[in-house]
Structure formats: C-alpha cells, structure tokens
Design a protein around this ligand. Structure first.
Ligand code: OAD
Ligand code: ZN
Length: 288
C-alpha cells in the first residue's frame, strides 16, 4: 500500500483526535456496485426524474411505480458487499476512542462492515414503514386522524376500529420484493421504504445528533458526498466553522474542497484505507 502525502501537522492533529466523524455519501458505496445519484452517465437521477419516483406525491400518485423502482435499487444493495473503504472505517474503531459515521446512504453497508455508531440521515432502504396520509404534506393532515399511530407500521391512516386486533401480527415477513405494494396487516396502510424522499423532512432527532457530533468531534473525513442536498450538505461546514480538522475524499471537487484541510482525489475503496494506514498505521477491518 502506498502512503498518502499529508501535511505532517495535519497527521498529528488526526492522530491526536479522540472523536472522528466520518460523513459519507453515495460515492462511498460506488465501488461496492451501488449507483450514485448524480453521476452524469450512471447515476440514478441520470435516468429518472426524482420527482417521479422519490417523493411522497409520486407514491400517492403511482405507488406501484415507486415501489418497483425501489425494489430494483434494493436488488443492487442486497447484491453489494462493503468495500475496503467501509472496512477501513470499521477498523478505525480500534484506533480512535470514538468514531461516529454520519451517512446519507440508505444501503446499510456501514453496519454490515462492522461500524457501530451510525446515524442514517436518509433512512434505510431495507426497512419498511407505513405510508402516512400526511407524508410530504407541509400543511398537515386534513383527514380525521386516529388518536395514535399504528403500532406496527407507524401510519395514521385508518380509524382504529378498522385495525386488525390479532396480537401476533408483525412486519417481519415484509420487504422490498417484486409484486404488488404490500399493506400493513394491522391497519391496512400501504408500506413504503423507510427512506427520506424529496419534499420530506429528516428525522429531527437524528439531525440534532449529527449537528452535535460535528460540533463536538475533533476531525471529520468527508467521503463520496457531492454536498448538493441540504440539510446534510451543511454538516461538514459546521465542523470547519468549529475549527476541527476536515479532510475530503472524492475523485471530483466539491464546494468543500477549497476549504478543507486536505482534499484527497481518489475513490473511497482505495484512498480511505491508504489515509487510515498513513495516519493511524492500520486499516485491517473485521469485514463481513
Ligand atoms: P451524489 O450522487 O450526489 O454524489 C456522489 C459523490 O460521490 C460525487 O461527489 C462523486 O464525485 C463521488 N464519487 C463517485 N465515485 C466515488 C468513489 N469511488 N469514491 C468516492 N467518491 C466517489 O450522492 P450524494 O452526495 O450521496 O438523497 O447525494 C446526496 C443525496 O441526494 C442522497 O442521499 C440522495 C440523493 O437524492 C436521498 O435519497 C434523500
Ligand atoms: Zn399499520
């Protein structure tokens, strides 16, 4: 493995860091075979308008189209395995006191690589929840609402009297699979992937945790993120404002490149293990 040339003072700052945040975007998983969103040729948004397949309005309009697109994406996620970059991040847990992964990715590959503290800002594709009538509706629910959300899927769509009283019901058998859009066996709501679509809010608790991590850490590695989607895009800049060391790893420049303490032009699977090796001396991860 060839070492990266990094300013020795920066290496020192990284070695002294007690809490390292790894902030990742779709480029993190590109070499695992999961397509990115904004690549001009192969990106997911090169072939589809996100308004047609990644918004609550699209699901309301044509749930089957939206479901089928996510089933297709889930197939590439299930076929993917964590790459050497994911494993290097997991290995960092043995070298640094605290490692927090903040990811925009919905593929679950950080957990599969062995990372333990993970904030999934945009949800997880392989988890389902009930579609709520107020999903994506800024003005709130206009329909009559049951007093509490469905205990199985979280939806607030059917009057409680209509819920199936069978106590043995569960969502365990449901997943993103080809076929009709499934419905919650308790309340009848359509099930949807538990991801954040356009026009939807991020979970405020997760966002708070991510802000706090950026403010309280010592160093941030920003990997494979185009930094074009708010509010996630602002997070690494918060760490810069706080005076923490920020290093970017991305084959293409972003708005962060000129401001970061170092900008490494390379792919996550090769540059990240080299960075970890160069700074901390080992990148052998537990792997899958
Ligand atoms: P993008 O598709 O916008 O950007 C991918 C980034 O990865 C780009 O900056 C590429 O240069 C970089 N990249 C490509 N190959 C790489 C590699 N092998 N190693 C490292 N970097 C590489 O993806 P995101 O920034 O994640 O939102 O997009 C942010 C959000 O937009 C996504 O979470 C998604 C999307 O709409 C939701 O699903 C809510
Ligand atoms: Zn339900």
């Amino acid at each position: 493995m060839t070492f990266l040339r990094i300013d020795p003072r920066l290496v020192e700052r990284l070695r002294d860091a007690l809490h390292v945040v790894i902030f990742t975007g779709a480029g993190m998983s590109a070499e695992s075979g999961v397509p990115t969103f904004r690549d001009r040729m192969t990106g997911l948004w090169a072939r589809h308008d996100p308004q047609d397949i990644a918004t609550p309005e699209a699901f309301r309009r044509n749930p089957q189209l939206v479901w089928d697109w996510h089933v297709h994406l889930a197939e590439s996620v299930r076929a993917a395995t964590p790459n050497a970059g994911h494993r290097a991040i997991a290995a960092l847990q043995d070298l640094v006191q605290q490692v927090t992964v903040i990811t925009q990715n919905i593929d679950g590959l950080h957990a599969r690589a062995g990372s333990r503290e993970i904030i999934e800002l945009h949800g997880n594709l392989l988890r389902l929840r009930g579609f709520r009538d107020d999903d994506g509706r800024q003005e709130g629910l206009r329909l009559a609402r049951p007093p509490r959300p469905c205990p199985l899927c979280g939806a607030r769509c059917a009057p409680p009297g209509a819920w199936n009283p069978d106590p043995g019901l569960s969502l365990a058998g449901f997943g993103l699979a080809a076929g009709p859009v499934p419905r919650c066996p308790k309340c009848g709501a359509r099930l949807r992937p538990d991801v954040v679509w356009f026009n939807e809010m991020l979970d405020p608790d997760l966002l708070d945790q991510a802000w706090a991590a950026m403010e309280n850490c010592d160093a941030v590695l920003c990997v494979g993120a185009s930094l074009e989607v708010e509010p996630a895009a602002s997070l690494p800049f918060r760490a810069l404002e706080c005076g923490h060391a920020v290093i970017e790893i991305n084959p293409a420049p972003t708005a962060l490149s000129a401001l970061a303490d170092a900008s490494v032009r390379g792919g996550a699977a090769s540059a990240l293990p080299r960075l970890v090796e160069s700074v901390w001396g080992s990148a052998q991860g537990p792997g899958e």
